[in-house]
Write a protein that binds this ligand. Structure first.
Ligand code: BTN
Length: 243
């Protein structure tokens, strides 16, 4: 696997996407940066990370066997890869918060931003961006964020952690290639934060309501059991889990 190491860049996702348009990239080409000047988070947010302390990297993954409406399987495979890599390092109380945040002890330690490369209306590759808080110990109190070091007291080697994530990513991506999609979905759902527990959500109008996370639909929407046995499917913009 080819790894491009940068000292500083606007965003590893943006850089890798442009590179993929400029030249033919090997599958699993990785771009990692010590710091990003415009790190991108989900839904137009910024990803802030202290220079040299964390992992901010992107992986180029060719996609040939997924229909456009099956894109969420890449998200599931990535979440599972990170979850299992972190389990190897004995990070406690891990969970996947839908759609793809990784929590430890109810705090966010990793975010994922997947951008699809579309050619002739068909997804041909995915840029999988991963921001993992590793050795940073200072966080904005409002963010409910933490890091591997803050949780375990251990200083981690960034290359070693990235290697384990990349290895797991290859394993889970192979499940997509082999079309073991149901296996992926079942494992992902089994690790979902607050699954089958009474939970409070906020809808797009700012109103709070109760529900039970049941799992995900194929298109990645979150299935929530509401009152009167109604199951509603929400996308990321429509619902926020309060925790
Ligand atoms: C989130 O909001 O939770 C997703 C954060 C994703 C951040 C990573 S850091 C590496 C890659 N490059 C970016 O600009 N964003 C992703």
């Amino acid at each position: 696997m080819k790894i491009i190491k940068l000292d500083a860049i606007d965003s590893t996702n943006t850089y890798l996407r442009q590179l993929s348009l400029d030249e033919k990239l090997d599958d699993f080409t990785i771009v990692t940066a010590a710091t990003q000047t415009s790190g991108k988070g989900q839904m137009g947010t910024k990803w802030i990370s202290e220079k040299g302390k964390n992992l901010t990297f992107s992986v180029f993954k060719k996609v040939s066997c997924l229909e456009n409406e099956e894109q969420f399987y890449i998200s599931m495979a990535t979440s599972l890869a990170i979850y299992n890599a972190l389990k190897h390092f004995q990070i406690p109380k891990l969970a996947i918060k839908w759609p793809n945040d990784i929590l430890s002890e109810n705090q966010k330690i990793c975010g994922i931003l997947i951008e699809n490369v579309i050619q002739n209306s068909k997804m041909t590759a995915a840029i999988i961006g991963i921001g993992l808080n590793v050795n940073q110990t200072d966080f904005d109190i409002n963010l409910n964020a933490s890091s591997l070091k803050e949780i375990t007291g251990i200083h981690f080697d960034l290359d070693e952690v990235m290697f384990h994530i990349a290895t797991q990513l290859k394993k889970y991506a192979a499940l997509i290639t082999e079309r073991f999609l149901e296996t992926l979905k079942l494992e992902y759902e089994s690790l979902l934060f607050r699954k089958n527990k009474p939970s409070t959500f906020q809808n797009i109008n700012g109103e709070f309501f109760m529900g039970f996370i049941q799992g995900v639909a194929e298109d990645g929407k979150l299935n929530v059991l509401l009152e009167d046995e109604i199951v509603a499917a929400y996308d990321l913009k429509e619902i926020k889990l309060m925790y």
